[in-house]
Design a protein around this ligand. Structure first.
Ligand SMILES: [Ca+2]
Ligand SMILES: [Ca+2]
Length: 304
């Protein structure tokens, strides 16, 4: 449930960049030449780490920190199979020019949510890099006044839920990292996963795993019993993205991301992303995994 596996695949970047129109602006200064844009790419999320996309769109804008001139703007976008939901292309020039940044320029990144609320200064490092470069920056909207990494409103909401739950005990302080309902996942990580931190039945977990899948693998050899695909099911939540990790043993596990296919598709996927909705109901997901020759193999669902 950590965020250590946060690399951006080349495929994801290509997909994103191809659907977001390039900013067309030209330098007024004749001694300044425009070069390849610089790109911020990542995932914009609310305080509970649910992505802004589909019906909850936000706008990401970059301003020149000194002149406050608008340099670039884009909206969050949902793309199936892609974890990232925005790509902000910064037009770059070789010398100072209107509507362009130059390398090492300080940019002020501003995010406006779907209600028009402006969130400022939430991008940790918003300096324009070298032309053609890409920096992965996830943006979490919220207010963290004590610097514990948790949004104030989310913290207070979880604390109130705990006080109203059967897990509250006199004299105890609320600890967002405690696993009150004992389902193996901490309160704050349940909030990020979109499950109920005070209900042991609600947690991100694999709900079924079978080797008798109806769907046969579409790659490799068909026909033999050993090539029957494995199916894995879990309950996903709106606005979250997941990957599947696998290892051959649990003594010295080497968890690594593995690809899978979705029902009615032969395409190999690495990420399953659930569009944000207003309902927030769990979304049952089943994926298909190709069998391997290993004597044993373990799988887990990873929240991206
Ligand atoms: Ca828990
Ligand atoms: Ca729970």
């Amino acid at each position: 449930m950590n965020h250590t596996h946060s690399h951006l695949s080349a495929t994801a970047a290509t997909l994103l960049l191809s659907v977001i129109a390039a900013t067309t602006a030209y330098a007024d200064n004749p001694i300044s030449a425009t070069v390849t844009p610089y790109t911020f790419v990542g995932r914009v999320m609310d305080a509970k780490h649910a992505a802004f996309d589909t019906n909850r769109v936000c706008t990401i804008s970059a301003y020149d920190s000194e002149s406050l001139e608008l340099i670039a703007e884009t909206e969050s976008t949902y793309l199936p199979g892609v974890r990232e939901n925005y790509a902000l292309k910064i037009p770059v020039a070789t010398a100072s020019a209107n509507d362009h940044a130059v390398q090492d320029d300080d940019l002020a990144i501003e995010v406006t949510d779907e209600k028009g609320k402006v969130w400022q200064g939430k991008v940790p490092d918003s300096v324009c890099g070298a032309a053609g470069g890409i920096r992965r920056v996830d943006i979490v909207l919220g207010n963290d006044s004590n610097g514990d990494g948790i949004d104030d409103t989310l913290y207070n909401s979880l604390k109130t839920q705990w006080e109203d739950s059967d897990y509250w005990q006199y004299g105890q302080a609320f600890d967002p990292n405690a696993d009150y309902d004992g389902d193996g996942i901490s309160t704050i990580n349940e909030a990020y996963a979109g499950t109920d931190p005070f209900n042991p039945k609600a947690a991100l977990r694999i709900t079924s795993f079978t080797t008798d899948a109806e769907k046969e693998p579409t790659r490799g050899t068909r026909g033999a019993a050993s090539t029957t695909a494995h199916s894995l099911s879990f309950e996903a939540q709106a606005g979250r993205a997941y990957s599947i990790e696998t290892t051959t043993n649990l003594v010295n596990p080497a968890w690594a991301q593995t690809s899978f296919t979705l029902p009615d598709s032969d395409k190999s996927e690495e990420i399953i992303s659930i569009p944000s909705t207003e309902t927030g109901y769990a979304v049952p997901v089943t994926i298909y995994l190709l069998p391997t020759d290993d004597p044993a193999r373990f799988y887990r669902v990873h929240l991206e």
